[in-house]
Design a protein around this ligand. Structure first.
Ligand SMILES: [Zn+2]
Length: 74
């Protein structure tokens, strides 16, 4: 599965809603450690709609600072 932040095929299902309802699934990327739920807004889970400033375009070993996290929405 393609990661929505680093765009590598290194993401997969992490867990599902524990009540078995199928209300949400959570995915995680083993390359950039990003996690997201399938129920988040399109500007979080669709790479083409994500803010490019918060995409992970580096190689993990080249990181000298952490990739910033977007501010919380109110
Ligand atoms: Zn990733």
């Amino acid at each position: 599965m393609k990661c929505v932040r680093c765009l590598h095929d290194t993401a997969g299902l992490l867990t599902k809603a524990p009540d078995g309802s199928g209300a949400w699934e959570m995915y995680a990327c083993s390359r950039c450690n990003f996690t997201w739920r399938n129920t988040e807004e399109d500007d979080v889970i669709k790479p083409e709609l994500r803010d490019k400033d918060y995409q992970f375009t580096q190689e993990p070993e080249d990181l000298q600072i952490l990739v910033p996290v977007p501010p919380l929405k109110k």
